[in-house]
Design a protein. Structure first.
Length: 824
DNA sequence: GTCAACAGCGCG
DNA sequence: AAAGCGCGCTGTTGAC
């Protein structure tokens, strides 16, 4: 059962991998374990799969078949073993019956069926084992980027085995003051008044999970504070509000009002994902500026890590999970809720101390954090609450139209479905029915297959767009299916979400994550994927960064009567940034003389002169430029040309085209080499503003993994800088709008674009100001960075997003509403 | 019924 | 032999 000699002392822990470890694997594992202070001779090593077969990737069935043997084996371990290190997904399935190691890792779970075992009336094993899942060490070897998290898991496991749970770096507060009577309430107010620093957190509840604070059923259940007084004393407080057992339940809004002013005046305010708390607090009139978000700091310092408060406290402070089981806060005893709420603020405060120090050690990151990251986070509190005005009438109308179109296409496709086909329901989505219809019934050729099955069977035939385009040459049904995809997507993905999420003020809200991407771009979608919302209820979200460009959809969004929808986007920003970073003379020349590189490519590809190139064709050329810019090879280019242009390109043509691209911009290749050297040397790259992308996978022995990291090293600084420019614009403009007493305001960003709504009378002032700000960011002043490429912001104005028209420079400088009328 | 993986497609 | 980057949402399937 074990690969090494039987330990001569009683075992103290067990380790389960995919297979019982080989001699080599055992040696490697031993090193890791010794590093975290565990003696390998005190461990029992085994595997999920007993029968090592020819098949290197055991199927679920095999694992399932082996699981009882493993459980029995574990149950028979002596009571000196309490903890089991579970390494990899197969071991996870065998011990806990769960799949998804990245989700389950770093925590502890009881292993079912490993309780008391008696033999001959004698108890030989008396308690259930505890599993601590982590990654398979082979996976870590292949992806060195996983190393630090893996070691943190091992440390956590070692602390459990060695019974050093109490050895957390940060201890819980000696006392949490529960504000349950008037005297304590007054004491809290005095403490807030006397505080220099506050870490805060709210607990909230709503009948509609995922809904905004604006929902009538939404309430603040409790609020907690960790305070640092002016004489540097720490205290932790928890104040119940709407909780059923709260003494303040009936007048909780007044209690909040009672402490509002003193709370808002505190100099330093800290929260974890404070944008959420601030949105809710603002709903009840509490307008608290957030000065330090620990989640955002965590992201800026290490963009690859997990960012939940519990996980950070675990990894950084050694604090065991304090979460309460249920998410039904109103049904949880009040003292449990309050303790939980208080601890949240306590550990948030301690993370703040750590991250603030780490940021100070990296001045470039600290500058980013303070200059525009925190300010923009505060701005997004307002943006999310505001939402985007939506034309309800059009929404309803066009939804009907989309449903009608879908039904029409469906009817046409139906003509190819034989009567009594004997299969289950007709389903034109990518389903087994569709595959049967196309490939079995109609006998169309299988162009491509999906991923191979676990047990080695070939993957299902692909029915993706590119495949359909090829099939269109064989059979008319393929074109119908291509048409259907669009209407189906519109109905199910877009209209369904918009109709559900439009609020009583005709506005649609999204949540922006400022920690959503590794490069610093924002992501947009539903409030929370798991932590605060029960998984049982379906929560719909909407991503306002992926609204189809089709007027049919973009025409739904806009500005309320009397206002204009205004979009400013950075023209070809990533290409300009790349030209700057590569110091590419030809590209620089083209931009300095006001030319358009995407258009040049479009002309080459279509063979048309500039005035005949359509917008769509230029857009497609863009994807080719970006492809080559970021390391696309000729093989993929053949696909791209076919999918985007319906253009058949031979191998030689593709190779020649790629060569021509780099011959035109030779410095790009030098820059690529430079980025590869940089990431190889430091394991990370930096954007011109100093945002860091850690790429430990560069050290992978796997060539593919390594090459991926190299391409990321090329792309990251570009994408990073471009998206930070939008955040900086947002922050400066917000400041200006306020200073000038304007009502104009941002309603969202789309990576390189800023969307605003502007009252009609303010247009003349706002348009030229936005252009001026966006094209002349204070990069020299703020970051000591000189950019020698012209930066251009294009402007579109309309009553609706989809109907907005592009303005010329002089039209921006001299706004005249007649421009729109003339255009329509 | 729930969960996880995958395919497919929307955006930049 | 083969390799653009960065995301989020919906729907299907197979396993439990």
């Amino acid at each position: 059962m074990t690969a090494q000699a039987t330990p001569n002392t009683a075992p103290r822990y067990a380790v389960v991998g995919k297979f019982p470890p080989s001699e080599k694997a055992f040696q490697e594992l031993s090193q890791y374990l010794e590093e975290v202070g565990l003696n390998p001779t005190e461990g029992v090593f085994t595997g999920a799969v007993k029968c090592r077969t020819w098949d290197a990737t055991p199927t679920r069935t095999v694992i399932k078949a082996c699981a009882p043997y493993l459980q029995q084996e574990l149950s028979l371990l002596p009571d000196t073993v309490r903890y089991v290190l579970v390494m990899g997904n197969e071991a996870l399935q065998a011990t806990l019956g769960k799949s998804g190691i990245t989700k389950y890792r770093s925590k502890e779970y009881e292993i079912a069926g490993t309780g008391t075992v008696e033999r001959d009336g004698k108890v030989i094993h008396s308690q259930p084992l505890i599993a601590v899942p982590t990654l398979a060490h082979n996976a870590v070897k292949r992806n060195p980027g996983q190393y630090s998290g893996f070691m943190a898991d091992l440390k956590f496991f070692a602390a459990k085995v060695n019974g050093k749970d109490g050895a957390a770096v940060v201890k819980p507060p000696k006392r949490i003051r529960y504000v349950l009577d008037k005297d304590t309430l007054r004491a809290l107010k005095a403490a807030l008044e006397n505080a220099d620093v506050v870490s805060y957190d709210i607990e909230s509840a709503s009948d509609h999970p995922g809904f905004l604070e604006k929902d009538p059923s939404s309430k603040i259940v409790s609020i907690a504070f960790t305070l640092v007084s002016k004489d540097r004393k720490l205290s932790c407080w928890a104040l119940p509000l709407f909780h059923p057992e709260s003494p303040w339940r009936s007048n909780w809004e007044r209690i909040l009002e009672f402490i509002r002013r003193v709370f808002c005046r505190i100099r330093v305010s800290i929260a974890h994902n404070g944008k959420f708390d601030n949105r809710w607090l603002r709903q009840w009139g509490v307008n608290r500026y957030l000065t330090f978000d620990t989640m955002l700091a965590a992201h800026l310092l290490e963009e690859n890590r997990r960012k939940s408060l519990k996980e950070l406290a675990h990894m950084e402070l050694g604090v065991p999970n304090w979460a309460i089981e249920t998410k039904e806060l109103l049904k949880t005893p009040i003292m449990e809720v309050l303790e939980y709420n208080g601890l949240d603020t306590w550990y948030t405060y301690h993370l703040y101390r750590l991250f603030r120090r780490q940021l100070k050690e990296q001045p470039a990151l600290d500058r980013i954090f303070n200059r525009f990251y925190m300010p923009s986070a505060n701005e997004f509190t307002g943006i999310e609450r505001r939402g985007v005005w939506t034309d309800r009438e059009r929404l309803v109308e066009r939804h009907k139209e989309a449903v009608r179109q879908l039904a029409e296409v469906d009817a046409k496709i139906m003509e190819y479905v034989p009567e009594g086909h004997g299969l289950k329901e007709v389903n034109f989505n990518p389903s087994n029915f569709l595959r049967w219809l196309l490939f079995d019934h109609l006998g169309l050729p299988v162009i491509r297959r999906g991923k191979e099955k676990d047990d080695g069977r070939p993957g299902d035939p692909s029915v993706a767009e590119g495949v359909m385009m090829e099939l269109a040459e064989h059979h008319p049904i393929a074109q119908l299916l291509l048409d259907r995809v669009k209407w189906n997507k519109y109905c199910s993905s877009f209209f369904a979400a918009y109709l559900e999420l439009i609020d009583d003020d005709d506005r649609i809200h999204t949540t922006f994550k400022l920690h959503g991407t590794t490069t610093g771009r924002l992501s947009s979608g539903k409030e929370n994927d798991g932590e605060k919302i029960s998984a049982k209820k379906q929560v719909r979200g909407v991503n306002l960064q992926q609204v189809p460009r089709d007027k049919f959809i973009r025409g739904l969004f806009g500005a309320q009567p009397g206002w204009y929808f205004v979009e400013f986007d950075y023209s070809q920003i990533e290409l300009r940034v790349a030209a700057f970073l590569a110091n590419e003379p030809t590209m620089k020349y083209l931009y300095q003389t006001g030319q358009d590189i995407h258009m040049t490519m479009a002309m080459q590809m279509t063979g048309k002169p500039a005035h005949l190139v359509t917008k769509e064709e230029r857009k497609k050329a863009k994807s080719v430029n970006f492809g080559f810019l970021y390391g696309m090879q000729w093989m993929k280019y053949i696909d791209t040309a076919w999918n985007n242009y319906g253009l058949r390109v031979t191998d030689d043509e593709a190779k020649a085209f790629r060569k021509a691209f780099f011959a035109q911009f030779p410095e790009l290749l030098v820059w690529h080499r430079r980025q590869r050297a940089m990431v190889a040397k430091y394991g990370r790259v930096q954007s011109p503003l100093g945002r860091v992308r850690h790429l430990p996978d560069i050290y992978s022995p796997d060539r593919e993994v390594k090459a991926e990291a190299e391409r990321q090293a090329i792309n990251s600084p570009v994408q990073s800088f471009a998206s930070d420019m939008i955040l900086i614009s947002l922050v400066i403009l917000h400041q200006k709008f306020r200073e000038m007493g304007l009502q104009a305001r941002s309603i969202g960003t789309v990576h390189d674009a800023l969307n605003m709504e502007v009252p009609a009378p303010e247009m003349g002032v706002v348009l030229p100001m936005v252009k001026e700000v966006m094209e002349n960011l204070p990069l020299e002043e703020w970051f000591d960075l000189h950019v020698d490429i012209p930066i251009v912001a294009d402007c579109k104005v309309g009553h609706r997003w989809g109907d907005a028209i592009e303005l010329e420079g002089h039209q921006i400088a001299n706004w005249d509403p007649k421009i729109l009328e003339a255009a329509s």
